[in-house]
Design a protein around this ligand. Structure first.
Ligand code: TMP
Length: 254
């Protein structure tokens, strides 16, 4: 049982509350989500499980859950300071964090600075090619359909998001890119690309949700261009544990 100050919940403002995990609401590929006594808050618990290729490839990256939890929380707190609202409320432990309960907008929002991965394959451009502008794209979050690429019009037509939400998501996503790109470069890390997810709180506010971690970003060492992210697992290159630790060390000195 962990006591925290809950700064968000109106009716509990300023009160010391007891934040306890209640029933499990959901188990995803990399995280579990638990209810709390506050209907507007949930607890996420990060796992070491790693999947790729729509869950067909499975494995473990030892220590990943701890690193992804801490890195996400660290970045989200920085993002709040530059005007990007997030779901983050309070870290409870190495693997567990209280976050605002949201309904996820079913779009994977991908920003790219350098060609890699599916972009390189789709357009026949060598990985590592500088893009003349940073790009944004959306995938429809739907495992049965294998998360197909979708454009703004289709997302709005299908009722996945409103035009206003799409505009707000784009603004926030590029703000995330500006902040993270510069910050990580200072640590000798190139931010190649990354995926974000947004959600809506009970009062309809759009916030950055999910996670920001080596699972969801491509990080390359600035000098060697060595992968410091999940591509090591996706591509069976080895050394994922060490790479995640290295990102953590540069980020938080741990
Ligand atoms: P992609 O090049 O495979 O489309 O990936 C773009 C970025 O999105 C990359 O940083 C990894 C991240 N990503 C996820 O976080 N989840 C996914 O399921 C996929 C396919 C990519």
């Amino acid at each position: 049982m962990i006591h925290i100050m809950n700064p968000e919940s109106e009716n509990l403002k300023g009160c010391l509350i007891t934040m306890e995990k209640l029933e499990q609401l959901y188990e995803g590929k990399a995280k579990k989500v638990f209810a709390t006594a506050d209907p507007d808050l949930v607890i996420v618990s990060y796992k070491d499980d790693a999947t790729a290729l729509d869950g067909k490839k499975r494995g473990t990256i030892v220590g990943k859950g701890v690193i992804n939890n801490k890195m996400s929380n660290f970045m989200m707190q920085k993002l709040e300071k530059v005007g990007v609202p997030t779901h983050f409320v309070e870290q409870l432990s190495d693997r567990e964090t209280v976050v605002k309960k949201v309904s996820i907008v079913p779009l994977e929002v991908i920003i790219r600075n350098i060609a890699a991965g599916s972009f390189s394959k789709r357009y026949g451009v060598e990985e590592g090619t500088d893009l003349k502008i940073s790009t944004i794209e959306f995938s429809y979050k739907n495992d049965d359909l294998h998360d197909p690429l979708i454009n703004d019009y289709h997302a709005i037509a299908l009722g996945l998001a409103t035009p206003e939400e799409i505009e707000q998501i784009k603004e926030y996503a590029f703000k995330v890119n500006d902040m993270m790109k510069e910050y990580l470069l200072g640590l000798g890390i190139i931010l190649v690309d990354f995926k974000l997810e947004f959600g809506k709180t009970s009062d309809g506010t759009l916030v950055l949700a999910d996670e920001i971690s080596p699972d969801t970003c491509r990080f390359w060492d600035v000098k060697t261009h060595a992968h410091l992210d999940k591509d090591l697992f996706r591509r069976d290159l080895g050394g994922a544990e060490e790479a995640y630790q290295e990102v953590m060390r540069r980020l938080m000195g741990e």
